[in-house]
Ligand binder design. Structure first.
Ligand SMILES: [Zn+2]
Ligand SMILES: [Zn+2]
Length: 302
C-alpha cells in the first residue's frame, strides 16, 4: 500500500491501458525498473484535499516541481526536475493502488465510461499537435501510420475541422478511422509527393520521417509523433531545400481530450482489442505486443 505524501492522493485502480511505451520499457529501452503504467482511471481513496475522495479520476503523468520557469509557464510537462508516472522514477498504474499529486488529477465526467476514459492520456497527446501548430479549418493534413496513436490523431484533427487523409497498411484499422469520418488510403509503395501542407508521422518506424518529409509541400510542417529507438538515418537535403519545419510532439493537456471524449467526437471503443484482469498482466503484455492488436486494457478486480 503506497504512502500518501503531502499534496498527493492515493488512487485505487479501476482500469489501465497498455501502450507501446510500456512494451518498450519492458524491453529495457529506458533502463526503467519498477511498476509501469501511465494510462489509467481510478478512484481516489485518500487525499490531502478531502474533496477528491471517492471521485473517479484520470491523472496527468508528469510530476513537476512547481517552482521552475517551465512550471511557471504552465509547462510542467517540460520541468527538468519532473518524474513521470510509470516511466521515470515514479511507480506506475499497473497495480491496485497508485499515488499522484492532487494537482495532476482530473475528474472523469459521468458521461465517459471508465474503459473509454483510459484513453484520455493518448488523446491528450494527439491534441498536443493543436497546441503546437495552427491548423486551419479544411486545411489538408496527412496522417501516416494506422496504429493506436495514428488513429487517435486522425480523429482529433478531423474533429478540429481539418481535411484529414490517413495513410496506413491495415485495411481493418483504417476502417476505424473511416467510421469516424476520416478519409483513408491504403499505403502502397508510392506515397504522394509534395502534396500536404501538414504531415503527421505516427508510423513508429524509421522510414516514417523520410516519407513524411517527401509528402510535404515547400514551407510545410512535419509533426513527429513517432519515437523510434536508435538512430534514424535521414537525408536532410529535402527538408532544407523545401524549408520544411519539423515539430517534435509528445504529451498534451488533458482538458481538450476530456472534452473530445465526452462529446463522442473521438471514438475509442473500436480501439479496444481485449481486456485482462490485473493479475493476468503478463498475458496482457504478451497480447499487447502481438502484431495487429490495438489497445489492451487491464482491469482491477471487484
Ligand atoms: Zn502511453
Ligand atoms: Zn518545474
Amino acid at each position: 500500500m503506497p504512502r500518501v505524501a503531502e499534496g498527493f492522493a492515493r488512487i485505487r485502480l479501476l482500469a489501465a491501458g497498455i501502450c507501446s511505451t510500456d512494451l518498450e520499457l519492458q524491453r529495457g529501452y529506458y533502463g526503467f525498473r519498477g511498476v509501469p503504467g501511465h494510462e489509467f482511471v481510478g478512484e481516489v481513496t485518500e487525499a490531502s484535499e478531502t474533496r477528491w475522495v471517492g471521485k473517479r479520476v484520470a491523472g496527468e503523468i508528469n510530476l513537476a516541481c512547481g517552482k521552475c520557469e517551465w512550471c511557471a509557464k504552465g509547462l510542467g510537462r517540460h520541468c527538468p526536475q519532473r518524474t513521470v508516472l510509470g516511466i521515470v522514477k515514479h511507480p506506475g498504474a499497473f497495480r491496485e493502488y497508485l499515488t499522484l499529486p492532487v494537482s495532476n488529477l482530473h475528474r472523469v465526467p459521468e458521461s465517459i465510461p471508465t474503459e473509454h476514459a483510459v484513453f484520455i492520456e493518448p488523446v491528450a497527446a494527439a491534441c498536443e499537435i493543436l497546441d503546437q501548430i495552427k491548423i486551419a479549418k479544411q486545411e489538408p493534413v496527412a496522417v501516416l501510420g494506422d496504429g493506436k496513436l495514428g488513429l487517435l490523431i486522425a480523429q482529433v484533427l478531423h474533429a478540429h475541422g481539418a481535411r484529414v487523409q490517413m495513410f496506413g497498411r491495415h485495411r481493418e484499422k483504417l476502417r476505424i478511422a473511416e467510421r469516424a469520418g476520416v478519409t483513408t488510403e491504403l499505403a502502397g509503395k508510392k506515397l504522394p509527393e509534395r502534396r500536404f501542407p501538414i504531415v503527421v508521422d505516427a508510423t513508429g518506424s524509421a522510414e516514417g520521417l523520410r516519407e513524411a518529409i517527401s509528402m510535404t509541400v515547400p514551407r510545410g510542417t512535419v509533426v513527429m509523433k513517432s519515437t523510434v529507438h536508435g538512430l534514424v538515418p535521414i537525408d536532410t537535403a529535402p527538408a532544407i531545400v523545401n524549408e520544411i519545419t519539423l515539430v517534435g510532439s509528445r504529451c498534451g493537456r488533458f482538458e481538450p481530450a476530456l472534452k473530445l471524449l465526452a462529446s463522442g467526437k473521438v471514438r475509442v471503443e473500436d480501439l479496444i482489442s481485449e481486456e485482462f484482469p490485473l493479475d493476468r498482466a503478463p498475458e496482457a503484455f504478451e497480447r499487447a505486443a502481438t502484431k495487429g492488436v490495438l489497445k489492451v486494457l487491464l482491469r482491477a478486480a471487484g
